[in-house]
Design a protein around this ligand. Structure first.
Ligand code: PEP
Ligand code: MG
Length: 747
């Protein structure tokens, strides 16, 4: 960066600091800020757009556009170049804005006179707060130096917004951390909870983003980086040989010693930011860049860099990681992520947990599930928004958290909690009863599991067995390949805790979205249809063989049920079964005791298997419909893609007729069949599947009560009539008919 630009930027920040120090109301400050930027940058227009709600940006101050448009011009996130800048979190620098894709002309602003446009996201820690825009009549691209200077200004604006410098009348200028915000994440553990936010780690507060004395700030920055490096070196020296931890620490060391990271922060300080603001600017840019990355490795690095930046900020500000806040009685823990040990320390009293990151297979999820604490994962932005003491509602059923909810939401939520409590009582009273309908037809309800911690739910939920044990979760939560002995003792413990109830183990289903960090991974154009599950198992049989051996050893002296995932045809099933037979032969040769009885089944997850030759149905001991995959391939609608995921109804007659075809083929050969996709746990779907003829359904434990309660209330023959009536009436889906009919059934 040339010296001139450097000092220009510093001068601009100096003026900004003086302007912000004046005792003005928020609006007057903003007006002053846009004037200053426009004159310093010698550009005709400078405007600031801030969010008035999570989706809408509002023009809050402008120099150069019509003043009448202030607080009137609004854009949705992603709309126009301003909305796009905020949505993507990247600079849009357009010499000829109207020619740019996405351009949207706002006539009330009078912007038609200005042809060039540069939008800079105002964001803090990757969280969008608004957009800073400069425009001019002349067709030109803003230079790299100008853009850099604007980024520095945007960083200061973000910090000042956070500190409340622009608070004034109206939604867009209301104080931050006071509005209701809804976070949509993933379901970690079902259940509803209302409580008070308790932060696992407090947010670092930066009180001064300006560098009053650049030399002093540079020294502070370098000393802090030194302290960071020494701290990590000491941690490495003290690490008692734990391999996984060493890898993480080595990655930390690499970043902590990164010259380019330090150089960028030094340049920011040189341009007028305080050491803390410089750290945060780089942290924010890295977060935006890397959070858009599809590469799992890069995302992990983001997490490392983020952690280091936080450490650096704590060193600089002296703010420790202890919140100092008393934990409220009804605490809902909010954290970016949390380890199981830390969660165990908080204890079972937590009402709920909301994590910014985390995954269903994470350790935190295991502990939360074992304690049945409602958990929402991947609530993006929660750690930037939530403050200790905020009211929060956790809706684990839907994977939603309502922060600082409005009164109506609180009331509706209280009703929901009360209803759930009543329903739970009802379900508990029928826990040991069978799922028998009024005509005497019984459906076996089983549960899906994947971790040791899921097993207590077997007794609590009243499940008759584990219809699907997803073995890959054990692999996903580890940093290295588990050993055979570990697996066999784990599988034995699972069988021990299940007692007389059968556990159906599914062999490893990796690939697609389930990537093991320690196994070589190749990017595939369409991983859901790629090299996954049994395809990997048969092509590289080492892990499959190890797993089968572990299962056989664990089941010594008792029955064993194993099924293979993602079987497309008879040939694949035969090959997989042959692997099992070979494993048995090896164990026999070694003189090891064998399972007393073995059942080998397959998941039916691809339409092709429904048309396999008769011999397949004769050979396979049982089948389980993996509805999640089967539906995505039947309708060609990616189960992970929110845009198409719910586009087609499971209860569409085309899909139901396909299921009926599968049931007929199984019935012809007496092949036992169950349904274990997520849909089996949705009461209306479960009812329809049972009416079609499924006699075993496997679902998440929390669904067993509601499904059983419903089946016991009705006559499955009536459901069949309703389905046939809907067909005669030409309905596409039977959902409406079944739902309407249910409303009139006696409780
Ligand atoms: C399914 O596809 O329905 C299934 C149970 O397997 P998974 O969800 O693990 O792919
Ligand atoms: Mg599947």
């Amino acid at each position: 960066m040339p010296h001139r630009a450097e000092s220009e930027s510093r001068k601009l920040l100096g003026r900004l600091r003086d302007a912000l120090a004046e005792d003005n109301a928020g609006q007057a400050r903003l007006d002053h800020v846009v004037q200053l930027i426009a004159s310093s940058m010698r550009t005709e227009v400078c405007s600031i757009y801030l969010f008035r709600d999570a989706e809408t940006l509002e023009l809050c101050a402008t120099e150069g556009l019509h003043q009448d448009a202030v607080h009137k011009t609004r854009l949705r996130l992603g709309e126009g170049l301003v909305g796009r800048t905020a949505d993507r979190g990247v600079v849009i620098n357009a010499a000829n804005a109207p020619a740019r894709a996405g351009f949207r002309y706002m006539p009330e602003t009078g912007e038609d006179r200005f042809i060039s446009f540069c939008g800079i996201p105002i964001q803090r820690l990757g969280q969008p707060m608004g957009v800073l825009v400069v425009q001019s009549r002349q067709e030109r691209r803003y230079t790299t130096d100008e853009v850099y200077a604007l980024e520095i200004v945007a960083m200061v604006l973000a910090e000042m917004t956070e500190l409340g410098a622009f608070v004034d009348d109206g939604a867009a200028l209301s104080a931050l951390h006071s509005r209701p915000v809804m976070f949509r994440g993933l379901i970690g553990q079902e259940g509803a909870a209302a409580g008070i936010v308790y932060r696992h780690e407090p947010r670092v507060v930066i009180t001064n983003p300006f560098s009053d004395d650049p030399d002093l700030e540079l020294t502070r920055l370098r000393e802090a980086v030194d302290a960071l490096q020494t701290g990590i070196d000491t941690m490495i020296a003290d690490n008692d040989g734990d391999g996984d931890q060493s890898d993480v620490l080595e990655a930390y060391r690499m970043f902590a010693h990164s010259r380019s990271w330090l150089r960028r922060m030094e340049a920011d300080v040189g341009n007028g930011l305080s050491a803390e603001a410089a750290v945060e600017k780089e942290q924010s840019l890295a977060r935006t860049r890397l959070s858009r990355s599809k590469d799992a490795y890069m995302r992990e690095r983001l997490s490392d860099l983020d952690d280091l930046s936080n450490r650096l900020l704590r060193i600089l500000t002296g703010q420790g990681s202890d919140t100092g806040a008393e934990m409220p009685a009804d605490a809902v823990l909010v954290a970016r992520n949390i380890g199981p040990g830390e969660l165990l320390e908080y204890g079972k009293e937590l009402r709920g947990i909301v994590l910014e990151e985390g995954s269903v297979g994470s350790h935190a999820a295991i502990v939360a599930r074992a304690w049945a604490i409602p958990l929402v994962l991947r609530a993006k932005g929660i750690t930037t928004e939530a403050l200790n003491g905020d009211t929060i509602l956790v809706d684990g059923e839907q994977g939603i958290a309502h922060l600082r909810p409005e009164e109506q939401v609180q009331t509706a939520f209280a009703d929901k909690i009360a209803m759930q409590a009543r329903a739970q009582e009802r379900y508990a009273s029928i826990r040991d009863e069978p799922a028998t309908d009024k005509s005497g037809q019984t459906v076996s309800l089983q549960m899906n599991a994947g971790l040791m911690a899921d097993l207590p739910s077997l007794a609590n939920s009243g499940a008759e067995g584990v219809g699907l044990f997803r073995t890959e979760l054990q692999f996903l939560i580890r940093n290295k390949m588990p050993q055979r002995s570990e697996l066999s003792s784990l599988y034995a413990r699972v069988m021990d805790s299940a007692g007389d109830r059968q556990v159906t183990f599914r062999t490893l289903d990796i690939g697609s979205d389930k990537v093991l960090s320690y196994m070589k991974h190749t990017d595939e154009p369409n991983p859901a249809m790629g090299w996954r599950a049994i395809r990997v198992g048969l092509d590289k049989p080492g892990v499959l063989r190890m797993q089968l051996q572990a299962l056989i050893r664990a089941a010594a002296g008792r029955p064993l049920a194993v099924m293979f995932p993602f079987i497309a045809d008879h040939r694949e099933f035969r090959a997989a079964r042959a692997e099992f037979d070979k494993a048995v032969a090896r164990e026999t040769k070694l003189g090891h005791p064998l399972p007393t009885e073995v059942k080998i089944g397959a998941m039916l997850e691809m339409p092709s298997l429904a048309f396999a030759p008769d011999a397949f149905f004769e050979e396979v001991d049982f089948l389980s419909v993996g509805g999640n995959d089967l539906k995505q391939f039947f309708f060609a609608a990616d189960r992970e893609n929110e845009q198409v995921r719910r586009r087609y109804d499971t209860l569409d007659l085309s899909f139901l007729d396909f299921l009926a075809h599968i049931l007929r083929r199984c019935a012809a050969f007496g092949t036992p069949i169950s349904f274990c996709g997520e849909d089996a746990g949705r009461p209306i779907e479960a009812l329809v599947f049972a009416a079609l003829g499924f006699r075993t359904l496997s679902m998440r434990p929390a669904s067993i009560g509601p499904v059983k309660h419903l089946i016991r209330r009705i006559n499955l023959d009536d459901v069949r009539d309703v389905i046939e009536q809907a067909r005669r009436e030409g309905a596409a889906s039977v959902r409406q008919s079944v739902t309407d009919w249910l409303v009139f059934q006696q409780d």
